[in-house]
Design a protein around this ligand. Structure first.
Ligand code: AQP
Length: 344
């Protein structure tokens, strides 16, 4: 077995990304950005990416794509991601993603892609008409992660299957070429609000591109709009019980309790202990106040940062240089393993 440098410098490297496919939601904040902030520190090298190549798997207006890219980087920084200690960049500026993505298209099997539930959800009955990119998306996501030999990928519950596929692609590559090159990647899914649900239908996840704006809380929503959306959020007539078991079968109620726990940094058990017996007339305004208290300072800072897109572009450019320096030697080794000639 040929053994090439497995993990060049860091054995604990975090990679994660967000698509600039519309306004960021509370789901993106609680399921991704907040945990990313917490992973910064001495234990990990952290790499956070605005995955614009994933965004264009569905139609994006070019002007809006640029604005959404700026919104994502502004949200990261306003929430506490430090671009000097983390690598913050947009995917399309680092060619290794697309280059390794193509190689993984040739490693992954069509049958694996057919099992991806997110593709089925997003394509729906329209599977013949969606882009080939949407279908191949998980191979590009594997490349995003493995171009850095990332070992940890913090994601919301919805992305777990894609991180598992990344492990399958890495294992098949290692096996096919007889190397021990790509590491095993671990999804990190920790916290009470890793699957924030739609406010009007507790069986669907909260998404940027959901049909109605009333289904989601956007990070840039005003205090009034946040209060209105929680007030109108679908619930049931019963009050909050005194234990979590009794929330079974009450998806919308459970979602609001989880959101409260995610925002306050406690557990759903602690929320239930505090609000046992409370009706929605009491709980919803408390939740709205909490959401505004947490989100308003972030959205104010986002607006300030978004007013200077040139500064945001500079951050993305510097981050892309750092990302390039890590991923280029890994991609070079992949070319050598695969037998692609590098003569310049
Ligand atoms: N509702 C959610 N609850 C918890 N985590 C979530 N994430 C997204 N929605 C929720 C997490 O945010 C990260 C970035 O996701 P993304 O924007 O790149 O892709 P997505 O999951 O497809 O998000 P959307 O909002 O549903 O996008 P659209 O509507 O444009 O397709 C991931 O870690 C994800 O888990």
């Amino acid at each position: 077995m040929t053994t090439l440098d497995a993990n060049p410098a860091f054995t604990q490297r975090v990679f994660s990304g967000i698509k600039p496919s519309g306004g960021l939601t509370l789901g993106n904040y609680l399921g991704a950005i907040k945990p990313w902030v917490n992973m910064q520190g001495p234990d990990f090298e952290t790499i956070y990416c605005v995955v614009d190549l994933h965004a264009i798997t569905v139609w994006q207006d070019p002007k809006e794509l640029r604005a959404a890219t700026h919104e994502v980087v502004a949200a990261m920084i306003a929430s506490g991601i430090d671009p000097d200690s983390s690598v913050v960049f947009n995917q399309s500026q680092v060619a290794a993603h697309a280059q390794l993505g193509w190689i993984f298209n040739c490693v992954a099997r069509v049958g694996w892609m057919n099992r991806m539930t997110q593709f089925k959800d997003k394509a729906g009955k329209n599977a013949e008409q969606v882009s080939l990119g949407l279908y191949a998306y998980p191979a590009l996501m594997a490349a995003d992660i493995l171009a850095y030999h990332a070992t940890h990928v913090p994601v919301g519950e919805d992305q777990k299957q894609h991180v598992e596929l990344t492990r399958d692609i890495a294992a098949k590559f290692n096996h096919d070429f007889g190397v021990d090159f790509f590491p095993k990647t671990n999804p990190v899914i920790e916290g009470p609000a890793m699957r924030v649900m739609n406010l009007r239908d507790g069986s669907k996840k909260m998404s940027k591109s959901g049909e109605s704006d009333m289904e989601r809380i956007n990070m840039l929503d005003t205090a009034e709009l946040i209060a209105k959306k929680f007030k109108k959020a679908r619930t049931d007539p019963a009050a909050l019980p005194d234990n979590l078991e009794d929330l079974k079968g009450r998806a919308e109620a459970r979602n609001l309790v989880d959101i409260y726990a995610g925002l306050s940094g406690t557990t759903p058990e602690a929320v239930i202990a505090e609000y046992a017996g409370a009706g929605w007339g009491q709980f919803k305004p408390a939740l709205a106040d909490l959401a505004v208290a947490k989100l308003a300072p972030i959205s104010d800072e986002m607006r300030r940062l978004m007013a200077d897109p040139a500064e945001l572009d500079q951050i993305l450019g510097k981050g892309a240089d750092k990302a390039e320096a890590i991923s280029r030697p890994i991609l070079d080794q992949v070319y050598d393993i695969v037998g692609l000639v590098r003569s310049r």
